[in-house]
Write a protein that binds this ligand. Structure first.
Ligand code: DX5
Ligand code: ZN
Length: 217
């Protein structure tokens, strides 16, 4: 796997043809499959849950990157691990005991991620940065695909990259929301490692070609 890692978001796929959508990603240059779980409480939308995750896992040959936009994620991480999750991200804003959440995810054998909303300062992660495998920087407000990229993200990526380098940590930076071939080069230049892309991939004429284009920006 070479960088940047590309993680298409299945949220933008055709759910009536999930198997063929997953197979399309299997034979593409995608590195991970990004799975958006929304509970209608932490975010104002509901996506899908564990049975759909199991259905994806039945066909996927790539690591499953699960983004939990839910309250009380500690009650569900084990179920998501059992449903095939390789990376599990919880939201900073939903976790008063974040360090414990990270320990729980690691103990399950998954990579531990923390997602932060656009208004959340990256500095708040400083004291746990060595415990985080992936920071998922939200470049839109979580809850919906197809939103406009928030430009302040470039500044946040640079600040986060500085913090990771200063701590000599191997934490990866993932960008989620409104990613396309126009903002991708600038994100990578600022220090991003993983690009999530939903509508830009699935609404394009040739999703596999779009994934290759993102991979080679
Ligand atoms: C937003 C989700 C994103 C979303 C990305 O709440 O976390 O992963 O699916 O979709 P696009 O690329 O369409 O913004
Ligand atoms: Zn996401």
């Amino acid at each position: 796997m070479s960088k940047p890692y590309i993680a298409p978001s299945i949220l933008a796929a055709d759910f009536a043809n999930l198997q063929s959508e997953v197979e399309m990603l299997n034979s593409s240059q995608a590195d991970w499959i990004h799975i958006d779980i929304m509970d209608g409480i932490f975010v104002p939308n509901i996506s899908f849950g564990i049975p759909v995750m199991q259905a994806i896992n039945k066909h996927a040959t790539k690591p499953l990157d699960v983004h939990l936009m839910i309250e009380k994620p500690e009650n569900y991480v084990e179920a998501f691990k059992n449903a095939g999750a390789d990376i599990i991200s919880v939201h900073y804003e939903a976790c008063p005991h974040l360090h414990r959440n990270l320990q729980q995810i690691n103990a399950l054998g998954c990579k531990a991620g923390v997602a932060i909303n656009p208004h959340t300062n990256v500095q708040l992660l400083e004291d746990v940065i060595l415990n985080i495998d992936v920071v998922c920087l939200m470049s839109v407000n979580p809850g919906f695909g197809g939103q406009k990229f928030i430009e302040n993200t470039f500044y946040k990526v640079r600040k986060l990259k500085e913090m990771i380098t200063a701590a000599n940590s191997s934490t990866l930076i993932e960008i989620d929301g409104g990613v396309n071939v126009e903002n991708a080069p600038k994100l990578l230049e600022a220090g991003a490692d993983i690009l999530v892309a939903g509508s830009f991939v699935f609404n394009s004429d040739d999703p596999q070609d779009t994934i290759s284009n993102l991979k080679s920006v």
